[in-house]
Write a protein that binds this ligand. Structure first.
Ligand code: NAP
Length: 329
């Protein structure tokens, strides 16, 4: 496949496949990043919340690949959305990664936690505030309206600390709200996109609005999954002489999605960079397969905090992606 990158709405280029780093364990991730960069990757997906950015930074350094050749993304975590914490969070991320700037900084979730940290201190897990149910408390007002956080992220672009800003786990309704306020438009929305959770309305809407859909958990995640063993996908993989992972990633890229497969296994890391040209019939077969079952999400924090917060609004009669998308047709 000839597609090597996508072009963001601000003209910057992002490589078609990025290496995921969530749950890449200490002692493994530096080697994985070094191996990936030495074997052709030029795009890394990181986050403060993964707790391994310092090791990712060691891997970047050890690879010897010049900084300007690598597209590095990180994410502002749900502990750090209060405007005064944004400059502290980017400073910590850049220090951990050993970098002077990020290529992309994402608002990791559209929810954020109440924190109780001394002034000037970057909140950590011990600064979360517990509610009466025993769960950690959400700051609902700042979750409903992320504008104050976004304003601080825009300043990071002005200061040259990040080249682009974007969002993650935002549905159509919440993205529309942000677009009304944004001085700098989000260039990407990183959401769960795989054959088991294809989100066709969200993908179509993002593309129409020139926001790149980035696909996390593109192989079905680190837990048990039947995706990679699916017989139909195996048959297509055999025709191309590749693994099922290559078919899943090629299908996503052909839908205009930027997948971020995670691996710490050298053979898989190298393998996942290979995309194949799927025929029209194969693409249709995969599209049909993606619609043949209910959506199955791996990542959902809606119930994790107090109060419960419907992050994706999937069954909301007014705000689900299906309803929001249909309104515009
Ligand atoms: P994933 O990439 O769908 O799956 C990773 C799993 O697949 C690992 O267990 C990996 O094992 C295995 N694997 C990789 N290549 C394979 C191959 N060719 N054949 C068979 N198995 C293979 O899951 P993910 O880590 O959940 O998602 C990817 C990335 O998206 C994350 O790492 C993170 O960067 C990002 N993400 C973002 C968010 C967000 O909220 N924005 C949420 C979740 C994830 P080994 O590592 O053992 O090889």
């Amino acid at each position: 496949m000839t597609q090597t990158h996508f072009t963001l709405s601000n003209g910057k280029k992002i490589p078609s496949i990025g290496l995921g780093t969530w749950q890449s364990a200490p002692g493994e991730v530096a080697k994985a990043v070094e191996y990936a960069l030495k074997n052709g990757y030029r795009h890394l997906d990181c986050a403060w919340a993964y707790g391994n950015e310092a090791e990712v930074g060691q891997g970047i350094k050890a690879s010897g690949v010049p900084r300007e050749e690598i597209f590095v993304t990180s994410k502002l975590f749900e502990l750090h959305h209060h405007p005064e914490h944004v400059p502290l969070a980017i400073k910590d991320t850049l220090k951990n990664l050993g970098l002077e700037y990020l290529d992309l900084y994402l608002l990791h979730w559209n929810i954020n936690l109440e924190v109780d940290a001394p002034a000037g201190v970057l909140p950590r897990n011990e600064h979360r505030v517990k509610g009466s149910s025993g769960k950690f408390k959400l700051d609902v007002a700042l979750s409903d309206d992320v504008t104050p956080t976004w304003r601080e992220m825009e300043k990071l672009v002005d200061q040259g600390l990040v080249k682009s800003i974007g969002i993650s786990n935002f549905n159509i309704n919440r993205t529309k709200k942000l677009l009304k306020e944004a001085r700098i438009k989000p260039v990407a929305d990183q959401v769960e996109l795989s054959i088991q959770n294809p989100q066709p309305e969200l993908v179509a809407w993002l593309k129409k609005n020139d926001i790149l859909p980035q696909g996390y958990t593109p192989l079905g995640g680190t837990g048990k999954t039947n995706l990679r063993d699916n017989e139909q996908i195996k048959k297509i993989a055999d025709v191309h002489g590749v693994q099922t992972a290559n078919i899943l990633l090629s299908w996503l890229v052909s839908r205009g999605i930027n997948p971020l497969p995670k691996s710490v296994t050298p053979e898989r890391i190298a393998n996942n960079l290979k995309l194949v040209d799927l025929t029209k019939e194969q693409l249709e077969e995969l599209d049909a397969l993606s619609k043949s079952h209910p959506q199955q999400r791996v990542c959902d924090q809606s119930d994790s905090f107090e109060p419960t917060y419907d992050i994706y609004q999937e069954n909301d009669p007014e705000f689900s992606d299906k309803v929001q998308f249909a309104k515009e047709q």
